[in-house]
Ligand binder design. Structure first.
Ligand SMILES: [Zn+2]
Ligand SMILES: [Zn+2]
Length: 342
């Protein structure tokens, strides 16, 4: 079923506006709250459940989608289209974080991310490299987890002291036992086959205070995907995501010893809850060196991830001039190895 939102003033198509958080008409500028938008102005058209071809309510053109797309726009007239049957039933999201960064802001952030050309190859900034910029609602599972860790370790405390003509080394042995209860809330794992897992992991954190109950108008004007993996499929990933944290936490509770040797470390992690949510991501596709590159941006706080195009000559010149400042050195290193940059 195709849903489109029509402006009550002028009849043109409305789309979600990240600035006002409302449906907004591109023609006359009218905005409407999502809660209570009248059914009268929602047009729908039915088609087969698994259809990959939908008919636009405006112009009658076919909207071709792949099986995982749940929101898109008509490639002929540009109208925002929500494919309702892909966000209902078992695919109905519990919550959504609406976009808070507009397309214009995302483009500016991309330029800033390229350090306004300071480190990019000559000619990179002057050419229009951006091939496409797309706002996508990416499906995620948010897990609530409960972990219980049972730990047995052998630890020592070593003391050296001098008495008369002798140096003594005293070693005390300790049996260390820990039983640790840990609760995790809203650990995200992306559930779309298409999205790069590493890139998505780096986009965190999202502000879960801005989670809203899911409503289809939030999707109007964006792309949206439905999940390919359910919460059972992705449980091993979320488990490995928290395991490093659990290890660190355990070792933080065993301190003040000269050495610690773990004899047993049993961790049992259970899912207490999993929520299906859509999180906003701007994807920018740009070409450089005859290759297509991608960067992604958190659609709420503007955090940018990906690898920037770098001119090695410019980087080493800049590096040389400020190498004394260790803080900046560390920043450049992350820049070069392609870590998170903002
Ligand atoms: Zn209008
Ligand atoms: Zn159309």
């Amino acid at each position: 079923m195709v849903i489109q939102y029509k402006c009550p003033n002028c009849g043109d198509d409305m789309a979600f506006d990240s600035e006002s958080g409302k449906l907004s008409c591109g023609s006359c500028g009218r905005t409407d709250a999502i809660e209570g938008f009248s059914d009268e102005f929602i047009t729908t058209r039915f088609s087969d459940d698994e259809a990959k071809e939908y008919v636009c309510n405006n112009c009658g053109a076919s909207v071709i989608t792949d099986a995982d797309t749940s929101a898109t726009s008509c490639s002929f007239c540009g109208a925002a289209v929500v494919l309702a049957d892909r966000v209902s039933g078992i695919h109905a999201p519990d919550k959504v974080i609406p976009f808070q960064i507009s397309k214009e802001e995302a483009i500016q952030a991309f330029k800033k991310w390229c350090k306004n050309g300071r480190l990019t190859p000559k000619g990179f900034m002057s050419a229009d490299r951006i091939k496409g910029i797309t706002g996508i609602y990416v499906p995620f599972w948010l897990y609530d987890l409960h972990s219980v860790a049972n730990v047995n370790a052998r630890a020592t405390r070593v003391r050296e002291y001098t008495q008369g003509n002798y140096i003594y080394t005293e070693t005390k042995y300790y049996d260390v036992h820990r039983k640790i209860d840990l609760t995790f809330n809203k650990v995200p794992v992306d559930a779309s086959e298409k999205m790069n897992d590493d890139l998505m992991d780096k986009l965190e954190p999202y502000d879960y205070g801005s989670l809203k109950d899911f409503k289809t108008p939030y999707l109007a004007g964006y792309l949206a995907e439905k999940y390919n993996y359910n919460n059972k499929d992705l449980f091993p990933r979320v488990k490995s995501k928290v395991s490093g944290y659990i290890d660190k936490y355990i070792s933080s509770t065993i301190s003040g010893y000269s050495s610690v040797r773990y004899e047993e470390k049993r961790v049992n992690t259970k899912e207490t809850n999993a929520h299906y949510v859509l999180l906003p991501v701007w994807m920018v596709y740009y070409d450089y060196d005859k290759q297509e590159h991608t960067f992604a941006m958190n659609g709420v706080n503007g955090k940018v991830v990906g690898k920037p195009p770098l001119s090695m000559a410019k980087v080493s010149a800049w590096f040389g001039s400020i190498a004394a400042a260790t803080f900046i050195t560390a920043k450049i290193l992350t820049l070069i190895v392609g870590g998170d940059i903002w």
